[in-house]
Design a protein around this ligand. Structure first.
Ligand code: ACO
Length: 399
């Protein structure tokens, strides 16, 4: 690879690279992907080993600090996060000012930006103590905001966090508990959600992470950068695909058109018709996360006693697509979003909350990438070039 920033100074050469297909925006030591071979590693550890054996916070520490935590480090990290779960009471006014019809992703991103207003004196990117404290604050408070966004969308009362519970248990209780009765923890749900969140924790320089880094490069703080990342994640070509997949599966079921007919419409490139949850900029092989999620889907639905015809439609779609020349020649395989929605639905999450779950999973990666860039010392603002194709100079008509 070549360092084009130096080359362009020497030669005046500028690369036009729509979608940054060939342009590395940074060096990084966090996540390794081999898209041809379908390999994903966080700090060197294969994703399947982490998903099977680690906890969400353990992986968060690994991503942020580079090594697996010792038992004491993990206990200290967990304890600090538990102590920071409460939101300022005034934020309730913020939530009530938003319409109940608001998309939970909009609520999450705007409340994350609003959170910054409470910590303006403690958010200097050049102050390592502020940076570390805000990692804890964001990890602690975003799941609470996410659950509020969910509760608001269904008109239910917000619960306060219960710090005797683990990170994922607390999150489930905030989403599914109510004021009237104690919430019963279901270990199957806890482990299944923990695995899914681990699979989402980082994915190198995807669109939302690149957004986080670009905003951070201006000297903006973690709240501003993460809020921008959440906005970027919401699009249907990125994290929003998990919601779009469920909508697609539901439409196929409800229209009665059949899976073959739908695939034909995809291949004919009918306007607005894509096989959502398929294809990836980097993976030209089966997404290793999707492999794990597909396996989990059967296990989790069986353990929760859910029989969902949408899972059968998804499997049939995959089978037809993988055997079809259109998808084969373009290396289109299921990505992480293809099967997650079916599991989230079985857990009881509404479709509009799916991408919020992605955001909670991705948060440690965003924080790790923000911190890596901040420590990097390059201090260079991200500022792409353009190829100007507009009018040359012309004169404003004389009056
Ligand atoms: N359905 C049908 N055709 C597709 C799909 C799809 N899901 N994905 C790509 N293609 C086709 C394109 O139309 C294009 O065909 P062409 O060569 O005949 O023009 C070819 O495959 C290459 O696709 P590009 O769009 O150029 O690939 P790119 O790397 O730019 O886009 C993306 C990747 C956005 C993920 C794309 O595959 C897509 O839109 N997928 C559906 C949305 C989705 O699932 N997004 C989630 C991605 S994972 C994540 O963000 C967590």
């Amino acid at each position: 690879s070549i360092d084009v920033s130096t080359l362009s100074k020497q030669t005046g050469y500028t690369a036009l690279d729509y979608g940054f297909v060939n342009t590395a925006s940074t060096k990084s030591e966090i996540t390794y992907i081999d898209g041809e071979a379908g390999i994903l590693r966080y700090r060197g550890y294969p994703i399947d080993q982490l998903a099977d054996n680690a906890s969400f916070l353990e992986v968060a520490w690994l991503l942020i600090y580079g090594e697996l935590p010792t038992a004491d480090e993990l206990a200290g990290f967990d304890e600090k996060i538990r102590r920071h779960t409460l939101l300022h009471e005034d934020l309730k006014n913020f939530f009530s000012a938003l319409p109940s019809s608001a998309h939970p992703m909009s609520v999450l991103s705007s409340a994350t930006a609003a959170l910054s207003t409470y910590y303006e004196d403690g958010s200097d990117p050049a102050n390592p103590e502020h940076v570390e404290t805000n990692i804890i604050r964001l990890l602690a408070k975003l799941p609470v905001i996410a659950a509020y966004a969910h509760k608001k969308s269904i008109g239910q009362a917000f619960l306060y966090p219960d710090n005797s519970l683990s990170y994922v248990e607390n999150f489930l209780r905030l989403n599914f508990g109510n004021m009237a009765e104690p919430y019963e923890i279901n270990p199957v749900m806890v482990r299944a959600l923990e695995r899914l969140l681990i699979l989402h924790e980082d994915h190198e320089q995807n669109a939302s992470t690149s957004t986080v880094r670009l905003v951070a490069s201006t000297g903006a703080d973690q709240f501003a950068s993460i809020s921008a990342g959440i906005h970027a994640l919401s699009g249907p070509l990125h994290g929003g695909a998990n919601e779009a997949v469920l909508k697609m599966l539901g439409d196929i079921r409800d229209s009665g058109e059949g899976v073959h007919r739908f695939v034909e419409r995809v291949k004919n490139k009918e306007a607005g018709v894509k096989l959502m949850g398929f294809g990836h900029r980097v993976y030209k092989n089966y997404d290793p996360r999707a492999k794990i999620v597909k396996q989990s889907a059967d296990e989790v639905l069986a353990a929760l006693g859910v029989n969902d015809p949408l899972l059968d439609i998804a499997k049939e779609l995959e089978e037809i697509a993988l055997a079809d020349e259109y998808f084969q020649s373009r290396n289109l395989y299921p990505n992480v979003d293809f099967y997650t929605g079916v599991i989230y639905k079985a857990m009881g999450f509404p479709e509009r909350v799916f991408t919020v779950l992605f955001a909670i999973g991705r948060l440690p990666g965003w924080l790790a990438q923000w911190r890596e860039q901040n420590l990097d010392g390059q201090g260079r603002i991200g500022r792409p070039q353009q190829l100007f194709l507009g009018q040359p100079e012309r004169q404003y008509p004389a009056k």
